[in-house]
Design a protein around this ligand. Structure first.
Ligand code: DL6
Length: 824
């Protein structure tokens, strides 16, 4: 089996080397003798891009000609990572590219490493969107993604003296993967006022006037499927002053500054990704971003539909729009506005079309992440939309009142408008009312939304409006690309790479669990991946780690609910325990490397304090010769998709330890298991389904169950005394004794447990967390058993492919069919 299976047949003489040399010499005007890795990257990318463009054009023609129902996936975030490696694998010519580059004196890994991550997202939500795009293309669904072309993606993180610093991420220089479509522009309105008028037929209509106009310009990114020629489109909108140039009248009148300011104000809309994960801040610019992107996308979708000259009633048969969380909820209002104000449909007819077309995916139950926009802000920015929202609410509440007469409480709970000061528009309510299906992203999460935040809506609409689609990951990137040797070993055993498009085939691996040679190879691959990470750690942090130690990884956004603080307190506990051991006792200790990575939102002080503590502990522990290799603590700077591709295959154990009921799903849990790592986790999100699939004996579960969380929180605040866990108390003593620098720096962390009600149940779960880690150590000592768990788990991960996820959305929410790809 070749290292990288060829997925699409291209003529044998079309090896990329010739094309890459041509691009280096002509497009880049560089001599081969003066070609560095960066130029080699550009040449290779352009060579693969050429291939994608041809298939991309054909796919778009095929989809237009066929004119069947399409899916539009609206997401404010697409965390794509690098494109070249993915393109090489999907086109199926990575081996040829490797050889071609080698002939020219380059290692393919170094060339791939030149690419800047496309980091237009914060974390799980954006990366899920990227995995879904990959699966939609792979399964030949006619699907478009719509997003914003941020000039600055998520910031780059630098750690300076243990503190996180944010550096802007300008990623657009030298980006061969986007195609500006200067001819595809949409004028987007803001502010202004609404005028009522009587149309010729006597009907009262509304027009939105005196608005400020900003132009949306389309940039397209090809999304190649794997093992297919289907190449879908991701359209990202960029903002520009509507004239395209700054205002020459003002300029000529000497008002240069204001002319430039207008230009800059327009460009600001798509300038920067908001760096909050699971947290909303209600900023006007964010609302502008949301409307700008929704309105441009809707205009595009409607324009495409209108070309078919079908009746409006057929719109939902042609169009399925999926809302990735509530960020695109204004699209619901915008479609209703277009239908009634521009197209002249009656309200009910329009609303029927709208609700049949939209689906809404909820990704969080955390109250601080549920979007609300203030009514005065909306009134000013989008006056017509606010009117429509009020009308939607009025008709909805009338229905509710009929069904639940005399239940005023219910009306105020479900109303789109929260009667606060100022009044707020609850976007999740609007998204539910305007969609025909609402889904959560893991079973527990989908149950929780039905029994907590959306309980009333289940009563109103019945349970069928709500469904679950458990998240997944694309095996192409997270197994084949990130862990090529493991993928090749699996292919060798299973007789080919079909598992990459049917992940359930992995179950055949179970037959080899006891195969000695296979196990040895499996272990060898993990060791090599760990060695690579150890080298990277040495290069970037200066710390040497023992590659035979247990690599224990927690990489994800830093958030109190994800409980990196629990992890670092556990590490301190381990450190204190080792320090107190005799030389004899230390011989039995399983050496560990605790690896952390992740960004904190720039304004999230507690999360930044956690990063600071991790770095201080790292400094103290790693420089303690007495502890040596028994424990090392590493913080990997600037965690991103490319680093995840290196880190996931190198874990022995990864941590998914959120307070039960808070992590909607999690997807890195799936990435780690698919690369043969075991996990320690709480009964939360998709951990529960992972456990069901791989078996309880293959996962280390601990901690409070979701159903008990409320009661414990209540007791913390209203109970007689709050007794902190005794082992955790010792950890806090060490911190307070300045063992890791000035204790004052970390007092907020200890106080949040001791004095402020321990909302995240760190103390409640500490004992079972530590005990479970002891079980991990014991299990790791038995290498053969550990390997058996690792192989068995991978064999049982078939359920967690985004291919399964997309088929579920297609069947139960979108009602779309794949488009067969012929030989064109
Ligand atoms: O569904 C993708 C991802 C889940 O895996 C994570 O558990 C969840 O935290 C994340 N949710 C968000 C919500 N943000 N907003 N809005 O990022 O979604």
């Amino acid at each position: 089996v070749p290292m990288f299976g060829r997925s699409v047949e291209f003529p044998a003489d079309s090896l990329p080397q010739k094309e890459l040399v041509r691009h280096i010499e002509t497009t880049l005007a560089r001599s081969l003798y003066n070609c560095d890795e960066n130029a080699a990257y550009s040449g290779t990318a352009l060579a693969f891009r050429d291939r994608l463009i041809i298939e991309w054009n054909k796919t778009q023609q095929r989809q237009t000609f066929n004119d069947q129902k399409r899916v539009y996936y609206l997401s404010l975030e697409f965390l794509m990572g690098r494109a070249l490696d993915n393109a090489m694998l999907n086109v199926g010519l990575k081996d040829a590219a490797r050889d071609g580059l080698k002939d020219l004196g380059f290692r393919i890994e170094d060339v791939i490493g030149q690419e800047h991550d496309a980091a237009l997202g914060n974390g799980g939500l954006g990366r899920l969107a990227a995995c879904l795009l990959d699966s939609m293309a792979t399964l030949n669904y006619p699907a478009w993604g719509y997003g914003l072309r941020y000039r600055y993606g998520i910031f780059k993180q630098e750690i300076v003296n243990g503190y996180q610093m944010e550096v802007p991420d300008y990623w657009l220089d030298n980006n061969p993967w986007e195609f500006p479509r200067h001819e595809i522009t949409v004028d987007i309105q803001f502010y202004g006022c609404v005028r009522k008028y009587q149309a010729e037929n006597g009907k009262i209509m509304h027009s939105w006037e005196d608005a400020e106009i900003v132009q949306a310009v389309a940039y397209d990114v090809p999304i190649p499927g794997y093992g297919t020629k289907t190449t879908n489109n991701l359209r990202l909108w960029s903002s520009k002053a509507s004239s395209g140039e700054f205002d020459f009248q003002k300029f000529n009148a000497g008002d240069y500054e204001s002319a430039v300011a207008d230009e800059q104000r327009a460009e600001t809309i798509s300038a920067v990704l908001y760096p909050n994960d699971n947290l909303e801040r209600g900023k006007e610019l964010r609302l502008k971003q949301q409307y700008f992107w929704c309105a441009a996308s809707l205009y595009d979708i409607v324009r495409r539909f209108k070309k078919s000259k079908r009746a409006w009633s057929e719109f939902p048969d042609q169009v399925a729009i999926q809302l990735n969380d509530t960020h695109p909820t204004l699209a619901i209002v915008e479609l209703q506005r277009i239908l009634i104000d521009t197209e002249g449909l009656e309200w009910d007819e329009a609303w029927n079309i709208v609700t049949k077309s939209f689906g809404y995916t909820n990704h969080t139950v955390l109250p601080e992440a549920l979007e609300k926009w203030s009514v005065p802000l909306l009134q000013n920015l989008l006056p017509r939309h606010l009117q429509i929202i009020y009308d939607v609410n009025l008709y909805f509440l009338q229905i509710v009142e009929k069904r639940f007469p005399n239940d005023r409480e219910m009306l105020s709970r479900v109303s789109i408008i929260e009667e606060s000061h100022p009044k707020m528009v609850r976007m999740a309510h609007l998204a539910i009312i305007g969609s025909h299906k609402v889904n959560g992203v893991a079973e527990l999460h989908s149950d929780l939304i039905k029994t907590t935040i959306f309980k009333d809506f289940v009563e109103i609409y019945g349970p069928d409006r709500f469904t679950n689609v458990t998240n997944g990951i694309t095996p192409r990137r997270w197994l084949h690309q990130a862990n090529p040797r493991l993928s090749a070993l699996i292919a060798e055993k299973l007789g080919g790479y079909e598992f990459l498009t049917d992940l359930t085939l992995l179950d055949k691996l179970e037959a080899f669990v006891d195969d000695k040679k296979f196990r040895t190879e499996w272990a060898e691959i993990k060791s090599a991946n760990k060695l690579r990470l150890a080298r990277y750690i040495k290069e970037t942090t200066g710390f040497s780690v023992n590659p035979d130690a247990l690599f224990d990884v927690q990489v994800k956004r830093i958030h109190e609910y994800k409980r990196q603080q629990l992890n670092i307190f556990g590490v301190i506990h381990r450190y204190l325990t080792i320090k107190a051991m005799s030389a004899e006792e230390r011989k039995k200790v399983v050496p560990r490397v605790s690896i952390f990575g992740g960004k904190a939102a720039p304004g999230y002080w507690m999360a930044k304090t956690v990063i600071h503590l991790i770095n201080k502990v790292s400094f103290v522990v790693n420089n303690d010769a007495d502890v040596g290799d028994l424990l090392k603590v590493i913080f990997i700077e600037d965690y991103n998709v490319s680093k995840a591709e290196m880190i996931c295959p190198a874990s022995d154990l990864s941590e998914h330890i959120s307070t039960a009921g808070t992590e909607a799903s999690g997807t890195s849990n799936m990435k780690f298991v698919l690369s043969g790592g075991l996990i320690i986790g709480t009964c939360d999100g998709a951990n529960i389904e992972i456990t069901r699939e791989i078996g309880e004996q293959n996962i280390f579960l601990f901690g409070t169950l979701a159903e008990d969380v409320e009661e414990l929180r209540h007791r913390h605040v209203y109970g007689q005394t709050f007794q902190i866990d005794s082992q955790l108390a010792k950890v806090f003593e060490a911190i307070k004794g300045n063992m890791f620098g000035d204790a004052g720096d970390f007092s907020a962390l200890t106080a949040s447990v001791e004095q402020h009600g321990d909302f995240y149940l760190v103390s409640d779960d500490f004992n079972s967390y530590v005990t479970t880690h002891e079980m991990v150590d014991e299990a790791f000592k038995n290498r053969e058993e550990w390997l058996a768990k690792s192989i068995t788990s991978v064999a049982r991960m078939g359920f967690f492919s985004t291919d399964r996820v997309i088929n579920e959305y297609a069947d139960s929410i979108w009602n779309v069919e794949p488009l067969e790809v012929g030989k064109d």
